[in-house]
Design a protein around this ligand. Sequence first.
Ligand code: ARG
Length: 464
Amino acid sequence: MKKLTKPWAGRFSDTLSKSAEEFTSSVHFDVRLYKQDIVQSIAYARTLLKVNILSAAECKKIIQALEQIMKEIGSGKTKLQTEYEDVHMNIEALLIGKVGEMGKKLHAGRSRNDQVATDMRMYLKYEATEIVLAIKKVQTVLLDLAEKHLKVIMPGYTHLQRAQPIVFSHHLMAYYEMLERDKKRFLAAGEAADVMPLGSGALAGTAFNIDRAGLAKELGFAKISNNSMDAVADRDFATDFTYACAMLMQHFSRLSEELIIWSTYEFNFIELSDKYTTGSSIMPQKKNPDICELTRGRVGRVYGSLTTLLTLMKGLPLAYNRDLQEDKEVVFTAVDTVKGVLDIFPPMLATMKVNTEVMTAAARKGFLTATDLAYYLVRRGVPFRDAHSIVGKIVAYCEESNMQLEYLSLKQLKQFSEAFTYDVTRYLSAESSLANRDLPGGTAISRVKEAIKRGRKNLLHDKA
Ligand code: ARG
C-alpha cells in the first residue's frame, strides 16, 4: 500500500499524480494569505475551546505554534510545499508537525471553503485601506500642484483640438475628482468585504454551535454572512474590489496619456524629471515617459482581472467549485499593479517641470475665445445659433488673414455684425474667458481656488 499523505486521502487508494498535484496546487500564490490564514486559525482555535473541542492547554499550544509558524513563514525559514496543495493545508501540516495529534483537531467544523473566503475578505479589507491612503497621497500632490499653478492659463481640449482657455489647476483638479470617486469605490469595496463567512463550513453551516458573532468581532469583521451557501460561493466583494482597481487604472491611464502628450516636443507643456524617464539604447536624444506608458499598458492586466472574475462566476452552480481558486491570482495582480502605480505617481508628478509660458502661449492661439465672442453677441440679443455662425465666419476670416481674434478692430468686427460695440475687446482675452466661468465647477481662478480649499479640507476630514 502506498503512503497517502493528503489530509483528504482517507477514501483514496492511490496517490495523486505529480502532474495533477502541480495542476491543482495554489500555494505558490495563495501563500500571500498566510497571515490572514493564521490569524483566522488562532481566533478559530479560541472558538473551539469555547465549545469544548479543544482543551485550554491544547488551545494554548496550538496558538503558540501558529504564531511560531507565522514567524517562520515570514522570515523565509519555512517554505510551503506544492504537495500540500494550498496555504491552508500547508499551515495545517506545519501545525501538526509542531504540536502532533492535537493539531488535527483545528479543522473541526471548518472547511477550506469558508476559510479561504474569510482569508480573502480579510486581505481585501486591509488592501482597500492601504490603497485609500495611497490615493490620498496622490491627491495631496495634485492639490499642491494645483495651488502652485493656480494662475497658469492653458488651452483646454476637446477632440484633442484647442477648445477654450482653462487654468492648469482646473485640469489637475479634474484628476483629483476622479481619485475622489476611486477612493469611495475602494471604501465601498472594503465594506463589501467586511462580512465574515467563517462558520459556513463547506456549504451548509457548521454543526458545532460556535459563536460566529464573537468570532467576527475578534477578527475585526463588522458583520457575519447570512447564508452559508452564498458565503462560500460569493466573490462579489472581490469583483467590486477589482472593479475599483480597474477604474483607478483607467484614470491613471488617462493622466498618463496626457503626460505623454504634454511632454512631446510638439506640446512641450511639461518635462518629467530624469528620475522618472528613461533613455533609448540607440537614439541619444531620447527621454521617454516609460512610467506613463507602462501605466497605460498595465491597465490591460487589471481589466483582465475584472474580466476573469466576471467570467469565472457567471456559470457557477452553488456552492463552492474549484474554479473559485482562480480568483486569487487575478486579484493579487490587480492589487500589485494599482499599488505600484500609486507609489510612483506622487514623486513623478511632484518633480515634473511645468512649462507655464508654453502653456499660456498655446492658449492665446487657436481661437479659444470664439465661444466667448459668440456669448458676447448673445448678451446683445443675438440668438445663439446666429451668433455661432457669425463668429464662425470671423474665425474663417482670421484664419485666412493669419490673425488672432483679439487683434481684430471694432471696425472689422462690425462687418460681421452690427451688434458688436466698443466693449467687445474685453471679451476676447483668455483671462476674460476664464473670469466669465465664475460659477460652481467652472475654471474661473476664484472657483478653482475654492475647489482646492475644499479638496484640502476633504482630505483632512474624510473617514479614510
Ligand atoms: N485553494 C482553494 C481555493 O483557493 C481552497 C478551497 C479548496 N476547497 C476545496 N474543496 N477543494 O479556493
